[in-house]
Design a protein around this ligand. Structure first.
Ligand SMILES: [Zn+2]
Length: 239
């Protein structure tokens, strides 16, 4: 849907293309602003900008991205080495494949300890029932010096608000009015938001085993959108 009052095209540096590109804004929100060449939205553009800042040369880094398509995965495939990716499919045993894509549950990854230098995800963790286990699993599969760079919808409030929880497998309790996001992988089937993250996401990452974490606010398009990118370091002293 295009809001013609918001429609705008401007040339701007694209962190994914690594070149000045025409960028388009279709509406007044950050996923409506994108590079017209690589199709990255401001979420991916900001994540890659943050990544370039902390790991300017990641050519030899092994990478794991928690989705199986999109401009971020293309970027990692182009610049990283040994790139793995996955999706979560309820009907597939983790580690198995569905239509050529590996299934992983981030709460219990099938990868060995210390498998990757870099893990990435965009707008995933708000949908993970037990994010503490998910963060701990990412930390486990990172190599020494490894880093987790990701985005979630992040709110100004200090404390994360839990919206739903699993009391036991398959038994869901809603604590607030259910909130859903559309999931392009599963044919735009809405997926439940378990929580709205606040600024305490940093302490939640530390509680799950990371040595250091920070939130980097990044402006990656010519418009006013600021995307907070979360960076979690496996080890102390790597800031
Ligand atoms: Zn681009």
């Amino acid at each position: 849907m295009v809001s013609w009052r918001q429609f705008s095209i401007k040339r701007h540096f694209c962190s994914v293309c690594n070149a000045v590109r025409p960028m388009v804004r279709l509406d007044n929100n950050e996923i409506s602003a994108r590079c017209t060449v690589c199709r990255s939205t401001s979420i991916t553009l900001s994540l890659v900008a943050a990544l370039n800042e902390i790991r300017p040369n990641f050519t030899n880094l092994s990478c794991y991205e928690l989705s199986a398509r999109g401009p971020l995965l293309n970027y990692l495939n182009k610049h990283g080495s040994d790139v793995r990716c996955s999706e979560y499919y309820q009907q597939i045993t983790p580690g198995g494949y569905f239509q050529g894509v590996q299934c992983q549950d981030v709460q219990s990854l099938t990868y060995a300890n210390q498998s990757f230098d870099l893990c990435t995800s965009t707008e995933v963790f708000e949908h993970v029932p037990d994010d503490h286990r998910g963060f701990a699993e990412i930390c486990r599969v990172l190599k020494p010096g490894g880093v987790f760079v990701f985005t979630v919808p992040l709110h100004e409030m200090d404390k994360t608000v839990e919206r739903a929880r699993l009391i036991e497998p398959g038994k869901l309790e809603h604590l607030l009015v259910p909130e859903y996001h559309l999931d392009p992988i599963r044919g735009h089937e809405p997926i439940l938001v378990y929580r709205n993250y606040g600024q305490d996401i940093v302490s939640r990452l530390l509680a799950a085993g990371f040595a250091h974490a920070e939130i980097k606010p990044i402006k990656s398009t010519p418009w006013a959108f600021i995307t907070p990118v979360v960076i979690a370091y496996r080890d102390e002293g790597d800031i």
